[in-house]
Design a protein around this ligand. Structure first.
Ligand SMILES: [Zn+2]
Length: 424
């Protein structure tokens, strides 16, 4: 399940008052200041045509102002300092043949050592990122509901369970598997109380003066305007994902990250949730930045870093192959977005490009899985049935356990992609 985008327009507004965060720049809360010099290493690693293709078709399909990125025939000029009107000049390679290789820690499928018949994933470094935190944090992160008198359903616990199954199988196939999170505890060392001042600044920048400290409960309609709720959001969304990105980029440095989630439709009251008949599947890769997001210095910088690292073509191939395997394993139809913050990409019909914090900040190919609607009648019945070997009749249909079926799709997709990657 993806964090609700409700705050996006607000974030842009608050970013205009960037000085509230101690810096005169347009940025997201808790974002590191972009280090534009680090883009120097990408000089002459990409041709004009390739840069244009990725910029216009993948990352900025809704447009980008010329004042932010101007593309000339031999270079692109990128705005780095609005007040001083400073620009970074990226020089293009003259041809595909003469271009330098982009520096990066991850390896594409075609550059990996050859696998064997029994170990087709030999040497592949995979990081698993089970979505959310779960455990005692599940209610705070609003990934918890209870229907009837059975145990509560928590996305963060379910994603970890799937990740452990996936890890065991991928390891047996020769992959080196690491976890971005391996327990129902936060990766960030901070807690909501650490973000009270930032929460106050966020609210002030959104025109909320003298906000109340606490909210009455999860159904309090004015909770978004309290310091308590904003501090929690900064903890479990912003700080947590930024800390996971540091772990991925500085410590794990994998060839690919798999973000594992369960999707959901709005369920209303967590103790009397609305159940739905809808059930679907989609996968996400990074792209489709909105024009307002590109005004943020940190969004623009990370977008360029991704574009120049050339992650898109690799992650799309992994995602498309994995989506086909997931569709086969689950039998689910593709989710159809009704919002304009995505574009459909690839050929499977299940993959979209979208600008999520995790897919933006992890500096390697990232495939973000969103199968199953957790609060659908069918999925609730399958979650209640728990994990089991073989098949069982659930809601009148004979099925694998939902966790094993999810793991099957992920593993089969990866094996399919990496065994057929060009050099293998
Ligand atoms: Zn999720």
């Amino acid at each position: 399940m993806i964090f609700r985008p409700a705050l996006r327009p607000l974030l842009f507004f608050l970013a205009l008052c960037g000085s509230a965060f101690g810096a005169d720049r347009l940025s997201n809360p808790l974002a590191d200041a972009p280090d534009w010099k680090t883009l120097e290493k990408f000089q002459r690693t990409i041709t004009h045509d390739e840069f244009e293709r990725l910029l216009r078709d993948v990352y900025c399909p809704k447009g980008i102002r010329e004042e932010l990125i101007r593309v000339d025939s031999d270079a692109a000029c990128i705005l780095t300092d609005r007040d001083a009107q400073r620009w970074f000049v990226l020089r293009f390679a003259k041809s595909e043949k003469s271009r330098k290789a982009p520096p990066r820690f991850w390896r594409s499928g075609s550059k990996l050592p050859r696998g064997t018949k029994t170990k087709p994933l030999l040497g592949l470094r995979i990081a698993l990122d089970p979505g959310h935190i779960g455990g005692e944090w599940a209610k705070i992160e609003e990934r918890w509901f209870q229907t009837g008198d059975v145990a509560p359903i928590e996305e963060g616990e379910m994603t970890l369970r799937v990740a452990k199954m996936v890890a065991e199988r991928l390891t047996a196939l020769g992959a080196k598997v690491s976890f971005v999170r391996d327990r129902t505890e936060p990766v960030t060392p901070y807690r909501p109380a650490d973000f009270k001042e930032t929460a106050r600044a966020v609210l002030k920048a959104n025109g909320v003066e003298n906000p109340p400290e606490e909210f009455a409960g999860r159904d309090d309609p004015s909770r978004e305007q309290t310091i308590g709720w904003q501090s929690e959001l900064l903890f479990y969304r912003t700080s947590e994902i930024r800390e996971r990105a540091r772990r991925v980029n500085n410590k794990l440095r994998p060839d690919v990250v798999l973000c594992l989630h369960f999707n959901a439709e709005a369920w209303g009251d967590e103790r009397n949730p609305t159940l739905t008949d809808k059930n679907h599947l989609h996968l996400l890769v990074n792209g489709s930045y909105l024009p307002d997001e590109l005004e943020h210095d940190d969004d623009r910088f990370e977008m360029l870093h991704r574009l120049l690292s050339r992650t898109y073509d690799e992650e799309l191939k992994v995602a498309d192959t994995a989506a086909t395997a997931m569709a086969k394993a689950t039998g689910l139809p593709p989710y159809q977005y009704t919002t304009d913050n995505v574009i459909k990409v690839g050929t499977s019909g299940y993959v979209y490009a979208r600008n999520l914090v995790a897919t933006r900040l992890y500096r390697c190919p990232v495939v973000y899985f969103e199968p199953y609607v957790m609060n659908s009648v069918e999925v609730v019945a399958r979650i209640k049935a728990g994990d089991y070997e073989g098949t069982q009749v659930v809601n009148g249909i004979e099925r694998r356990s939902i966790y094993r079926e999810y793991a099957d799709g992920v593993v089969e997709g990866l094996v399919e992609y990496y065994k057929t990657a060009p050099s293998r």
